[in-house]
Each structure stands twice: as structure tokens, then as C-alpha cells.
Write a protein that binds this ligand. Structure first.
Ligand code: NAD
Length: 436
């Protein structure tokens, strides 16, 4: 079938010329994944082309006063809504020094597929502010959050677009967003964000949901591969909300967590790390560097450690053509969004490494965000046990669903996940038709 750009059939550039505003390497990676799935499912070329562009992309800039009062910087923020067909849009807000429109657009596309794979009534969105959160005081973080919220206030809302935490943001940031939105609307609107503190209408189990989903997928995949998780070596890149939860649950299932890392580097104990000690160190010192009684290594070295399960749970573009040949795990479960490049995917497949893709593996977060939204709308809150049980059963169902597509079509789990997600969107778009 001809493709929308004409260029892809010739193996040429992935995108139409002239380049679009959001054309960056990460956006190209998202499009390349879409293209692979679209070819495999023989997707209608009009829809294929439509799904490559976000429906709405908002870029804002605003002044930010530093604690010294004299310094005022201009910051740039984004909120991108990829797909409005399925209901309100949903996706995290990221604070990072390298955030740009292309990254946020790519991440909003991943969110569309993720929500659809999990059968949630949302389209994908993503937001971000280009700032290094580790260099901010709590007061600075709060001022940025409140001003950014004011700048995007007209495009978010409980029926419109519902942010959640992502890299560099947490439940406190969500509480400030909710408060700012509520102050400006004149009444309390808890449903404008998910991932809130429980005291403000957050869901039990939300903080751990993504890590718990990562482990639910690891269990399903290891069963499929005939690999025992008990005693298996786990390596986790990124000891944040997702990575630390995944490590703790893996440990509770009898796995050996041999190495974990953060932005500055990692720690290793071949006999298995004492995670209580790691947590205590991080609580006091913020980063793992300097921790006694363990070996230290770089993030690049950590990714190449021999292990049964590798969980990248930090940032995008970590496993590339440059290191894919040296990745030494049996199972790669993507906690982070976009950690593996398209070229690396091919190398890993050739080497028999089983990859559970981000859109499936880290969908636990948005799933419990959905539970939080539903609980908030009904003013009826579930127990943590209920939340966890429902999460695990949805993750298991989605994994088996995607595995079934992979087997039936003879494609990778990543392509199968995208095919599953796009297929539902395709039907919804067909039924709604085109306006006008
Ligand atoms: P977080 O900010 O809580 O933790 C991120 C961790 O990664 C920290 O330990 C940080 O030091 C480390 N890190 C940052 N830059 C790094 C680098 N260049 N190399 C190595 N480590 C680095 O973030 P999080 O919420 O745990 O999110 C982690 C990843 O999971 C992101 O890719 C995010 O998009 C994805 N994700 C998160 C959720 C969620 O619910 N929090 C849901 C889906 C996907």
C-alpha cells in the first residue's frame, strides 16, 4: 500500500517535507513506531497521516522569579493534545531541562496508544516545562507550577484534559495545579488532575501503580518465556517513582535487585541490594552517589550488566544502536517512555531479547489515574486492595491481548501493542466521521 508521504516506501525520510514544528528525533521515533504498526495492519493512509500530527499543541512562555527576587527568567512550557476523539485527553506533565515540543508531542502519541490498549476513555496528551527541577527550591517549584497552570488553564479541565505526574513532577505538584485551577474557577475542582495526594481525592495505590504494572507485565512475560522471577537478577535504571516501586515489588516476589541508578550514576551489589538501605540513603542524600557498602557504576555500564530482567525507568533514548548489541538481559520491560530506539529494537529482536514496550509496560499509571478520575466523579473511593486487584487484572488482560495479536500476526510485542491501540481509535474515528 502506498504510504502518505511516499518517502517511507523508498526507505527515505520518515516525515513529509517541509518539516513540522514538532519534528525532533524523539518525534521521529514515535512516528517510526506508528509507521511500522500501520504497515503491518494495512492502515488506511488518510488515518495513518492524521495520527502523525497532534490535534492541538500549545506553547507558552512566562516569567519566573528566582528566590533571590532580582533574577527573573523566561521559561517555556507545552501542553500537547494528540487525539480528542476518544473523550478527554490525559497525560503527564514533565519538568526537565531538555523538554521540547517534539518530545512532548511524541509522548502525547504514546499516551493515545496506551489509553486505547488499556481500553480507557481518553485520548493522549502531554505537558512539560523546560527547566531542571533538581536546581529549584520548593518555593520556586511551586511558583513555576502555579504560573504554568495559569497559562494552560483554558485547555485543561476534568472534561477536557487531565494532567498527571511524570518525570520531575509528583503529587505535591498535582496538588498545586489543582489548587491554582480551583482558585481561578472559584470552587474546588479535584478532577482536573490525577496523581493527587489521597487527602485531596487521590486514589489509593496511584503512586505505586506504574511500578506495579511494570512488575505485572514482567510476571506475564516471564511466564510466557518460562523464566522464574524467584531469584532472577533485576537491574533498574532510574530509582524514582516508577523504578523504586518496581524494584521493591520485584524484591518482594523473591527477585534479586542487583543494581539501580539515578541521573548521576548507579549502585551495584551482585548478591542483591538492601533496598531499605538504598531508600534511607536517597531520603537523606537525594542521589545514590557516595553510598557506602556497594559498588558504583555509570548508567551506561548499568544497562549492560548481565541479568534476567532489565527495567529502564528513567528517560528516553537509553538503548540505541550503539549499545543494543551489548545489552545482556533476557527480558526488557520499559518502565520509561521511549527508552529504546527503533534501530535498537531490531538488534534486540535479532538477539532474542524479549521486549515489553512502554505503551503496555508502564500503562499502570494511567490506568489507576483513570480509577482516580472515576472515583472522584462518583465521590466513592475504593480500598487499596481493590485498586491493586483491578489494576493487575487489567494489566494481565492487556498483556495477553497484545501477545495474542503478536502471535497471530507474527510481529513484535511493540507493533502488536500499537496495532491493538490504533485499531480501536480507527473504529472510533470511522464512526464519528469528519467535521464538517
Ligand atoms: P521520577 O522523576 O520520579 O524519577 C526519575 C528517575 O530517573 C530519578 O531517579 C532520576 O534521578 C533518574 N534520571 C533522570 N535522568 C536520568 C538520566 N539521564 N539517566 C539515568 N537516570 C536518570 O520519574 P518517574 O515518574 O519515575 O518517571 C520515570 C519514567 O517513567 C519517565 O520516562 C516517565 O515518562 C515514565 N512514566 C512514569 C509514569 C508515572 O506514573 N510516574 C507513568 C508512565 C511512564
Amino acid at each position: 500500500m502506498p504510504d502518505p508521504s511516499g518517502a517511507r516506501d523508498a526507505g527515505g525520510p520518515l516525515l513529509d517535507a517541509p518539516a513540522r514544528e514538532w519534528d525532533t528525533p524523539m518525534y521521529r521515533q514515535a512516528v517510526a513506531q506508528l509507521d511500522t504498526a500501520a504497515r503491518a495492519m494495512d492502515l488506511d493512509e488518510n488515518l495513518w497521516d492524521r495520527l502523525r500530527s497532534p490535534q492541538r499543541a500549545h506553547v507558552v512562555s512566562f516569567p519566573f522569579r528566582r528566590d533571590d527576587y532580582e533574577t527573573v527568567e523566561t521559561l517555556v512550557g507545552y501542553r500537547v493534545q494528540h487525539l480528542l476523539t476518544m473523550g478527554p485527553t490525559k497525560g503527564g506533565i514533565r519538568y526537565a531541562a531538555d523538554v521540547d515540543l517534539g518530545d512532548v508531542t511524541a509522548l502525547s502519541m504514546f499516551m493515545s496508544w496506551k489509553c486505547s490498549i488499556m481500553n480507557l476513555p481518553f485520548g493522549g496528551a502531554k505537558g512539560g516545562v523546560r527547566v531542571d527541577p533538581t536546581a529549584l527550591s520548593k518555593g520556586e517549584l511551586q511558583r513555576i507550577t502555579r504560573r504554568y497552570t495559569s497559562e494552560i488553564i483554558e485547555v485543561i479541565g476534568p472534561d477536557r484534559d487531565i494532567p498527571a505526574p511524570d518525570l520531575g513532577t509528583d503529587e505535591q505538584v498535582m496538588a498545586w495545579i489543582m489548587d491554582t485551577y480551583s482558585q481561578q474557577k472559584g470552587f474546588t475542582v479535584p478532577g482536573v488532575v490525577t496523581g493527587k495526594p489521597v487527602e485531596l481525592g487521590g486514589s489509593a495505590g496511584r503512586r505505586e501503580a506504574t511500578g506495579r504494572g511494570v512488575i505485572a507485565c514482567s510476571l506475564e512475560a516471564s511466564r510466557h518465556l518460562g523464566l522464574a522471577l524467584e531469584g532472577a537478577r533485576f537491574v533498574v535504571q532510574g530509582y524514582g517513582e516508577v523504578g523504586s516501586t518496581a524494584a521493591r515489588i520485584a524484591r518482594s516476589l523473591g527477585a534479586r535487585v542487583v543494581a539501580v541508578s539515578d541521573a548521576k550514576g548507579g549502585v551495584l551489589d551482585p548478591g542483591g541490594l538492601d533496598l531499605a538501605k538504598v531508600d534511607a540513603w536517597v531520603r537523606e542524600h537525594r542521589f545514590l552517589e557516595g553510598m557506602p557498602g556497594v559498588d558504583h557504576l555509570s548508567n551506561a555500564e548499568l544497562l549492560e550488566l548481565p541479568c534476567e530482567v532489565l527495567v529502564p525507568a528513567a528517560v528516553q533514548n537509553q538503548i540505541t544502536e550503539a549499545n543494543a548489541g551489548r545489552i545482556a538481559c533476557r527480558l526488557l520491560v520499559e518502565g520509561a517512555n521511549g527508552p529504546t530506539s527503533v534501530a535498537a529494537d531490531a538488534v534486540l529482536a535479532e538477539r532474542g531479547i524479549f521486549v515489553v514496550p512502554d505503551v503496555l509496560a508502564n500503562a499502570g499509571g494511567v490506568t489507576v489515574s483513570y480509577f482516580e478520575w472515576v472515583q472522584g466523579l462518583q465521590h466513592f473511593f475504593w480500598s487499596e486492595e481493590d485498586v491493586n486487584n483491578r489494576l493487575i487484572s487489567l494489566m494481565q488482560r492487556a498483556f495477553q491481548d497484545v501477545l495474542g495479536v503478536a502471535r497471530a500476526r507474527g510481529v513484535s510485542l511493540r507493533s502488536a501493542a500499537l496495532i491493538r491501540g490504533i485499531d480501536r481509535i480507527k473504529e472510533a474515528k470511522r464512526r464519528r466521521g469528519i467535521f464538517p
